[in-house]
Design a protein around this ligand. Structure first.
Ligand SMILES: N[C@@H](CCC(=O)N[C@@H](CS)C(=O)NCC(=O)O)C(=O)O
Ligand SMILES: [Fe+2]
Length: 357
């Protein structure tokens, strides 16, 4: 099993990636719209194939990345049949399972935070993703979207606390940075839902939470009822650069592949940030490249035109990744790193000036 927990600091939302390490088929639980690129980069770097995005519910505080990821990877969108959402590929009911490779998650209906809340339980019951039905030492609010404290109480007791005591629990949010819990822990220590707490106590607690509505609620709920499809569908192309086929790594670096740079070298400024001895050394340098060692990049940046695209180069692509970030921070909009640097360039037998075989 491949398992990753990802975080959105804006809404304190967790996204989970699960993949079968044998077949590489993967699913994402609760992707966030603004992080579709980050999640996509991780999917590509891990070499997994996204087959599903699953929602634990129709979120009120952020927009799902399901539609964006479907556009990019062809992943199918699934959420509860009681969600009221349109545009999904599958509407899930209690007891069904969602298969990825040789693994699967079991669907458990856990309404109460919203009417269409689901908990996903890994096939071996070692992990469960509770969405906002159960948070660490807390739970989702019950005051909108068909929320109902009585239903939430029953959902948690019957569908989550019936899992093995050792089952790890991964929530939809945590507002304090806590990452995981377990059934045993929550049954003992959850202040609202521990075994010792009665249904009446819980309902009383939830009736007096007094939380303001989520700031993004008016935007998020309608967008999530469309599974994250924007009203105008050009959002992804607008946010992606149009000057080159850029890709963004999970590390957050905009990259270009050597082939494209070789074919388009006349249209870009190639800045080689190695030391002079490396520039004239055995790897050689790209024709037309300008030598500007990393240590001098900021003080000599006026030598780089702002209106022309910039490609940063070094030996392995590491120093030039830093140079890409530095120039971006200095206000250069069209700047990318040459993936793999001169080593990959030479490995692909692309032309150089100087250098030795
Ligand atoms: N301040 C947050 C509030 C988020 C919120 O209300 N979250 C819901 C989950 S969608 C919740 O149940 N929160 C429980 C809590 O804050 O205790 C925002 O504006 O987004
Ligand atoms: Fe929620």
């Amino acid at each position: 099993m491949i398992f990753r927990q990802l975080f959105d600091a804006q809404s304190s939302t967790y996204t989970y990636l699960l993949a079968d390490s044998a077949t590489r088929e993967a699913l994402l639980i609760d992707p966030v719209f603004e992080h579709a690129r980050r999640d996509g980069a991780l999917i590509e770097e891990l070499g997994v194939k996204l087959v599903w995005t699953l929602e634990t519910h129709v979120h009120a505080d952020h927009v799902t990345g399901a539609w964006l990821l479907k556009c990019r990877f062809g992943s199918a969108i699934a959420l509860s049949k009681d969600s009221g959402a349109e545009g999904a590929d599958r509407y899930l009911a209690d007891g069904e399972s969602v298969v990825f490779g040789r693994r699967s998650v079991e669907v458990r209906a856990t309404p109460g935070h919203t009417a269409g809340c689901l908990t996903y339980v890994l096939d071996d019951r070692s992990l469960a993703f509770t969405g906002d039905a159960l948070l660490i030492r807390g739970c989702g609010r019950t005051d909108f979207q068909g929320g109902d404290a009585h239903r939430l109480f029953r959902s948690v007791r019957d569908k989550v606390f019936s899992l093995p005591a050792t089952c790890l629990l991964y929530p939809g949010h945590d507002y304090r940075g806590l990452t995981a819990s377990s059934v045993a822990e929550e049954r003992l220590y959850n202040p609202r839902l521990a075994d010792a707490v009665g249904e009446g106590d819980f309902v009383g607690y939830m009736t007096h939470l007094g939380l303001p509505h989520p700031k993004l609620m008016a935007v998020a709920v309608p967008a999530n009822l469309r599974c994250g499809r924007p009203e105008k569908e050009d959002t992804m192309s607008k946010t992606d650069a149009d000057w080159a086929p850029l890709s963004c790594t999970f590390a957050g670096i905009w990259e270009l592949q050597p082939d494209w740079v070789a074919e388009n070298s006349a249209r870009v400024q190639i800045i080689d940030v190695r030391e002079p001895a490396e520039f004239t050394g055995s790897l050689g340098h790209i024709m037309g490249a300008k030598l500007l060692p990393l240590g001098f990049l900021m003080e000599r940046k006026q030598e780089i035109a702002k209106d022309l695209p910039v490609v940063m180069v070094c030996r392995s692509g590491a120093r030039s990744a830093q140079a890409t970030v530095m120039l971006g921070n200095a206000g250069y909009a069209k700047v990318a790193n040459l993936a793999g640097g001169m080593l990959r360039w030479r490995g692909q037998r692309l032309p150089v000036e100087g250098g030795t075989d």
